[in-house]
Ligand binder design. Structure first.
Ligand SMILES: *Cc1c(COP(=O)(O)O)cnc(C)c1O
Length: 393
């Protein structure tokens, strides 16, 4: 064993930090011991370029079984017919997975329609600072200024005018239910492929507390480390007619050897998500987010779109004179971790926006219930309004 005390001290300290804080980062979670064990297994030693049965390296019989098992579990979890749907479990993470989808289906220079970053979209939905915005042209959509929700009629008009090749539905900071059926109609109205990026809500879909995108989407991408509570990785589900293009785009188009330890950890997380306890978890996660939103509202905070249907909410802290960065810093001093976030039609900058994003996926894993969430909301209120005396730290 190599003695690396310095590094392992740091890891241990981080482990302690994760246990000490109240983690309200909407995209984070706490994985199980089993997931950690798969991630830290000797599978990390193996090269397996290619796909099961078609590898470029020897010694992959067991790896083939692992990848096939992962695929089967993924299809089963979302109740998909393997004659209609395929899944690629090799993407290293969400960003390269979206890149692979575009590489497979959208010729360079063509249009991708995605939500604007400042309204809740993801960088990889065609934002100009992302490679996806360099190689493709983004047709940006937002939310309605008044309701702060998606205006599906406005989207249809935009799609018919711009004729994008692909439409992305799925967001990083949109607290409301997504109507996939309407997105299908919009895609059909302009002949676009419909990609649902369910990275944030995959666990809610698996747990039955958000509608499934599968009856409507051509492609469904998800990360596996947010509400799904697995390792950092991603999966791309596709209708059979697209699947060989997707496979070629992931490897050899974009990636090299798959991370087999990561794929095995995904298999573990998928197994966990198929248990009935996970349904209870998903339900509680949403209940907690709603309780948090309603308590903050009671305390006078403006919640973007008036509430939430999911695991996350956006608080317009600037409405009470506290910027997003200030709010995030003040909360962190008291052991509550959130992220600063733009709100729709933000008048401030991304570096110091008008709001914070709060999510309940991680704290719910730790067993927190509504009554605890009410106390968290009161604590947030007290911290942001300086009702707590500065402690000497
Ligand atoms: C998190 C996220 C991604 C990117 O995932 P990474 O693993 O961070 O690359 C892509 N799309 C959406 C909607 C996300 O929320």
């Amino acid at each position: 064993m190599i003695d690396d005390k310095r590094l392992f001290d740091l890891i241990q300290q981080e482990d302690k930090r994760q246990k000490r804080v109240i983690n309200l980062i909407a995209s984070e979670n706490y994985v199980s011991r089993a997931v950690l064990k798969a991630l830290g297994s000797t599978l990390v030693n193996k090269y397996a370029e290619g796909y099961p049965g078609k590898r470029y390296y020897g010694g992959n019989n067991l790896v083939d079984e692992i990848e096939n098992l992962t695929k089967l579990r993924a299809l089963n979890l979302f109740k998909l017919d393997p004659r209609k749907w395929q899944v690629n479990v090799q993407p290293y993470s969400g960003s390269p997975a979206n890149m692979a989808v575009y590489l497979a289906l959208v010729p360079p220079g063509e249009k991708i329609m995605g939500m604007e970053l400042s309204m809740g979209g993801h960088l990889t939905h065609g934002h100009r600072v992302s490679a996806t915005g360099r190689f493709w042209k983004q047709v940006a959509y937002g939310v309605d200024k008044k309701t702060e929700r998606i205006d599906y009629d406005a989207l249809k008009v935009l799609a018919k005018k711009e004729k994008p090749k692909l439409i992305v539905a799925g967001f990083t900071a949109y607290p409301r239910r997504i109507d996939f059926k309407k997105f299908r109609q919009i895609a059909d109205a302009c002949g676009a492929v419909l990609l649902v990026d369910m990275s944030h809500i995959a666990g809610l879909v698996a747990g039955g507390v958000h509608a499934s995108p599968f009856p409507y989407a051509d492609i469904v991408m998800t990360t596996t480390h947010k509400t799904l509570r697995g390792p950092r990785a991603a999966m791309i589900f596709s209708h059979s007619m697209f699947s060989s293009l997707i496979d070629k785009a992931v490897f050899p188009g974009l990636q090299g050897g798959p991370h087999i330890n990561q794929i095995a950890a995904v298999a573990t997380a998928l197994h966990e998500a198929s248990q009935s306890a996970f349904k209870t978890y998903a339900k509680q996660t949403v209940v907690n987010a709603q309780a948090l939103a309603s308590e903050l509202k009671k305390l006078g905070w403006r919640i973007v779109s008036g509430g939430t249907d999911t695991h996350l909410l956006l608080v317009d802290t600037w409405a009470r004179g506290v910027s997003g960065a200030a709010a995030s810093d003040m909360l962190e001093c008291e052991g509550i971790i959130v992220n600063k976030n733009t709100i729709p039609y933000d008048t401030r900058t991304p570096a110091d926006p008008s709001g914070i994003r709060i999510g309940t996926a991680a704290v719910t894993t730790r067993g927190i219930k509504e009554k605890d969430v009410v106390r968290i909301a009161q604590k947030i209120d007290a911290i942001l309004l300086h009702k707590i005396k500065d402690k000497t730290r």
